[in-house]
Design a protein around this ligand. Structure first.
Ligand SMILES: [Mn+2]
Length: 196
């Protein structure tokens, strides 16, 4: 079973996270940000990854450091859990609808950290004071630390909660597909270079 733990304590946040790729979609623990808990819970449900988290931070400022650092923790754990990359599908994509919102995500576990994210979220804040721009911050940090290429495009959407939740669900499906083991390539690393 592929899993990894990551902990990081700075002057801004204190995060302990465990990620299991062959999980049952379980989210346990809390981040002290209700909206972020809701997003991570949806992410687990639709990726079938398990996340155990204990996180806290300087949320008297805002949720910026906490959100970015959880992105760092999840990205680092994801890369670690993939291990030697042998047999992984490598690519994954999904176009996920949530009511009026439609979000495309596409991932290449390439070893090259890059995120291209295009979202048009009307509300500046949602939930319990969550700045909507933090959605992008989270996925930029994730892609950087997981060393992968991630594209996210909003194809439609007006409701800010729907748009962000659809981003987390779409990425869940794309990452599940990209991380899955392709039995036909088993012990091979899926790259003509022989390394990822
Ligand atoms: Mn919701």
């Amino acid at each position: 079973m592929r899993s990894a733990e990551f902990s990081r304590k700075t002057k801004e946040t204190d995060i302990k996270l465990k990620l299991t790729l062959e999980g049952s979609g379980r989210f346990t623990g809390e981040t002290t940000c209700g909206f972020l808990d809701h997003m991570l819970c949806s992410f687990c449900k639709h990726s079938r990854f398990d996340i155990e988290i204990e996180a806290s931070g300087d949320t008297y400022v805002d949720f910026h450091h906490l959100t970015e650092d959880i992105g760092i923790a999840l990205g680092t754990a994801f890369k670690k859990a993939l291990g030697d990359m042998k047999g992984i599908s490598r690519f994954g994509y999904f176009i996920l609808p949530m009511d009026e919102s439609l979000i495309l995500s596409s991932v290449d576990i390439s070893g090259r950290a890059l995120s291209c994210i295009s979202l048009n979220i009307l509300a500046e804040q949602i939930g319990n004071g969550f700045d909507t721009e933090l959605c992008e911050e989270f996925w930029v940090a994730f892609a950087r630390c997981a060393s992968l290429t991630l594209h996210i495009r909003q194809l439609a959407g007006t409701n800010s909660h729907h748009i962000i939740e659809a981003v987390f669900k779409s990425c869940a499906r794309s990452l599940k597909q990209a991380a899955s083991i392709d039995e036909s390539i088993k012990d091979e690393i899926p790259s003509s270079k022989g390394v990822l």
